[in-house]
Each structure stands twice: as structure tokens, then as C-alpha cells.
Design a protein around this ligand. Structure first.
Ligand code: DX5
Ligand code: ZN
Length: 217
């Protein structure tokens, strides 16, 4: 079963509580929260207080995608704020600190994931795979919603599918960036199990139809 995770980056932040309830009613499985620090990516979005407010407002599954340098500094606070899953980037620190951040999230009793920028090869994740609940493949350069899907990432998704089938078959394989009803079948066929979509859900008047189309119903 494919899960759909609408990214609040394309929601109306003035009405965030209503926006997330609306997509959950429309069939969303997870709520994807994009955190950007202006250093790891050339944009600044939202952080810990917004996760805290969302946690009070909804029982939906909070999938928190940290696009920040040295994530180990902050992962515990995102867990305390109410994240259900904390995903950060393998490029954002040295391996020993990536391992430390993974351990911190697991100790907090939350799910943990690692993400790859488009230029990072799948093999970089090999040492971490048994520890992960989610692998997140970026199909745009992280930083902004509404960009064009990078089809050259499809072989990497397929390679990670194979690696996970061997090393950790229960791990989710999430794809993020440029997902819409046209690109969703490509990543589903490559083995993705969770599809993030920002503009293609929050940007549509009929969000139930948008989610069903992306899921392939
Ligand atoms: C990009 C973010 C994505 C983004 C997706 O840096 O990680 O989650 O919001 O937006 P769309 O679906 O519009 O490409
Ligand atoms: Zn994201």
C-alpha cells in the first residue's frame, strides 16, 4: 500500500491547523514537515515551535524532514516537539555524528530516516540501512517546493529498493520532489512506498482527487 505525505511547505501557513486536517480528511497518510536552516539549503522555512503546535492540533503522523547542517544538534528537540519520524540528510555531517543522531532518535522512541540529495549515490547509505525506518530520496534539489521532477533519480530509487529488500525489507522508501499524478507511477514502479507531494496536493482545490490520483487509484 502506497502512503501519501503532503508537504506543508505548500500549505497556507496562516491556516495550518485547518490545512492539515483537510488533507487528512482527503486521505493523506502522513504529514510531511520541511525544516530548512538557510545553510544546508538556500531557504529558511519553519522549525520546532511549528512542530509543537502541529502536535497539539492533530493526531496525524508527523514526518519531519530536516534540511539542516549538523542535525545531531537538534534531533532530540524535534522528538520532544512531537515528531513521529525524524529524517535528516546523510550529507549534513560526518558519519560518526550521523550514527549518533540516528541513535538519539531511536532512544527517544521515534522512527528515524536518512535522506539523499540528487547528486549523492545510493551506496553512501549502505552502512546505515539496518538502523533505518525510512530512506528518503530527493527528486529535486532540496530547498523549494514546486520544482520539476528529476527522472535521472529513478535508477537510484530502484537500486535502493534492491538494497532494502536485502538489508531491511520493512524500511519505507520515500520520494520527495516534483511528485504529481504523472510522475508518481514512475517512482511507484521503481519501488517507492511513500510519496511526498506539496504543490500537487495543497495547490489543488480537490485534494481528495489529487491524493487518489498520486496514489494510483
Ligand atoms: C523540497 C522539500 C519538499 C517539497 C516538495 O526541499 O523537501 O518536501 O516541499 O514540494 P513539491 O511536491 O511541490 O515538489
Ligand atoms: Zn521534504
Amino acid at each position: 500500500m502506497i502512503k501519501i505525505a503532503p508537504s506543508i511547505l505548500s500549505a497556507d501557513f496562516c491556516r495550518l491547523g485547518e490545512e492539515v486536517e483537510d488533507v487528512l480528511r482527503a486521505g493523506a497518510d502522513w504529514l510531511h514537515v520541511d525544516v530548512m536552516d538557510g545553510l544546508f539549503v538556500p531557504n529558511i522555512s519553519i522549525g520546532i515551535p511549528v512542530v509543537q503546535s502541529l502536535r497539539k492540533a492533530t493526531e496525524g503522523f508527523l514526518d519531519v524532514h530536516l534540511m539542516i547542517q549538523k542535525p545531531h544538534r537538534y534531533v532530540e528537540r524535534f522528538c520532544q516537539a512531537g515528531a513521529d519520524l525524524v529524517v535528516f540528510h546523510v550529507e549534513a555531517d560526518e558519519p560518526q555524528d550521523i550514527f549518533a543522531a540516528l541513535e538519539t532518535v531511536k532512544k527517544a522512541g521515534k522512527q528515524v530516516g536518512l535522506s539523499l540529495k540528487p547528486k549523492t549515490p545510493a551506496g553512501v547509505l549502505a552502512p546505515y540501512l539496518p538502523m533505518l525506518d525510512t530512506v528518503l530520496v530527493m527528486t529535486v534539489e532540496p530547498g523549494f517546493g514546486g520544482q520539476r521532477f528529476m527522472a535521472d533519480q529513478l535508477p537510484k530509487i530502484a537500486a535502493l529498493r534492491k538494497m532494502l529488500d536485502e538489508a531491511n525489507p520493512g524500511c519505507a522508501l520515500e520520494v520527495d520532489g516534483g511528485i504529481d499524478p504523472d510522475t508518481a507511477p514512475l517512482v511507484r514502479d521503481a519501488g517507492a512506498t511513500v510519496l511526498v507531494a506539496g504543490s500537487a496536493v495543497y495547490g489543488k482545490a480537490d485534494r481528495a482527487a489529487a491524493i487518489a490520483a498520486i496514489r494510483g487509484e
